[in-house]
Design a protein around this ligand. Structure first.
Ligand code: SF4
Length: 394
């Protein structure tokens, strides 16, 4: 069915009027933040927002209850976080966060930079829907499962697979041609879209886009994993330095914690799993980072139940929500009720305090289930009469 309205994804220049006030979304291609940029976000969250930086499932960030939109845009532009006023909402680019530092895969970062520059350099591509997702996977298979509209998956240094509408198209291209092909695919999406926001919404979208590109699929198909291991804890880099992967409780990073992170003066990577990675640390400073930031709530333990649970905004940020879903989820985690493998799944709605679950979960304030991960999760969904708990499914 054709859509009749443009997408309403927020940006820095077009805020979303959430129930708790104006919300700004800042695109961070590849999730890469310089320390000064993280400091600028922390200061903006503290002085112009509600005091938190929300991490999104696309490795972007959001600020809530923005009090002065012009001041925010000016600050973010000054920090290099708003390089284009026309293209800001279309820079939804997720890349393998550890690429070039950890694991024996080719470095995807130059391709991220080249593709972002290509997007910004094409006036026509400013017309893309703010929902179109691009992924660049260095071959480890961590971000290809995120169902991009258009994605690249390196097979070797010189050869890659083109993903279309969330699956391997069967098209193989030379890495040297990758940026050109991705940009051509983005233009092709616009030709086919007729108002649709995502490639999978277009009938035979992937096949028609392949035809438009003049590229024929081969017989091979990548078997994409359902999900990836989260980068958490101590991660030795190729160069002898250390990266530290940290989980962020329900994706909400207090500005004060972000200021401490920025003060480490190392690049920080936002992950599409609502966490972050502090990179390029020597061992002693890495130990100090854990010592200071773990008590502030950052999670360096891969076994923490907080890492298995995501939640939508809920009340007070979303007018559709039946409850303060984050508070309910946090109470369940803290009381150990989200870690009970033998928990029964009741048919009828139940109150938040009666919920017992286990494994990966997504908690939502209504049936829209915003931010639900692509992987199989138990769904804990609020309704007018309480929560429904549904077993894991994709
Ligand atoms: S799932 Fe429902 S309550 Fe939660 S953010 Fe989306 S619309 Fe709002």
């Amino acid at each position: 069915m054709a859509r009749t309205e443009p997408d309403s994804c927020p940006g820095v220049l077009r805020l979303h009027e959430a129930a708790d006030g104006p919300l700004a979304r800042v695109r961070v291609p590849g999730g890469a933040l310089a320390p000064e940029q993280l400091q600028a976000l922390a200061a903006a969250a503290g002085e112009l927002g509600d005091g938190n930086i929300e991490l999104t499932s696309r490795g972007n960030v959001q600020l809530r209850r923005v009090r002065d939109a012009d001041a925010l845009a000016e600050r973010l532009a000054g920090a290099g976080l708003l390089p284009s006023r026309t293209h800001e909402r279309v820079r939804n680019i997720i890349a393998s966060p550890l690429s070039g530092r950890v694991g024996g895969h080719p470095d995807i970062r130059p391709l991220v930079a080249a593709f972002d520059a290509g997007l910004l350099g094409s006036p026509r591509l400013a017309e893309l829907s703010g929902r179109v997702l691009f992924t660049l996977d260095d071959g480890r298979g961590d971000v290809s499962p995120l169902r991009p509209d258009i994605g690249l998956h390196l097979l070797t240094d010189n050869r890659c697979a083109l993903l279309l509408a969330g699956t391997d198209s069967g098209i193989r291209i030379a890495t040297a041609d990758a940026t050109e092909v991705l940009l051509a695919a983005a233009h092709g999406f616009l030709e086919l879209a007729a108002g649709q926001w995502r490639l999978h919404e277009i009938e035979d979208g992937a096949a028609r886009l392949a035809t438009l590109l003049g590229l024929a699929p081969g017989p091979e198909r990548l078997a994409l994993a359902d999900s990836a291991d989260l980068p958490i804890g101590w991660l030795p880099q190729h160069d002898g330095l250390v990266a530290l992967g940290a989980g962020v409780r329900l994706g909400s990073l207090p500005a004060r914690t972000a200021e401490f992170l920025a003060a480490v003066e190392r690049p920080v990577l936002l992950t599409p799993w609502r966490g972050l990675i502090v990179t390029d640390l020597e061992e002693w400073p890495a130990e100090q980072v854990v010592r200071v930031l773990a008590p502030m709530g950052l999670i360096f333990d891969a076994a923490s139940p907080w890492l298995r649970i995501t939640a939508c905004a809920g009340q007070p940020g979303c007018a559709r929500s039946h409850t303060d879903v984050r508070a309910d989820a946090a109470a369940a985690i803290e009381s150990g009720r989200t870690d009970l493998p033998d928990a029964a799944l009741p048919e009828a709605p139940i109150p938040a305090a009666s919920i017992t679950t286990a494994g990966r979960q997504h908690w939502s304030g209504c049936e829209r289930r915003c931010g639900r991960p692509a992987a199989a999760v138990t769904e804990v969904t609020a309704g007018p009469e309480g929560y429904r708990v549904r077993p894991p499914r994709t």
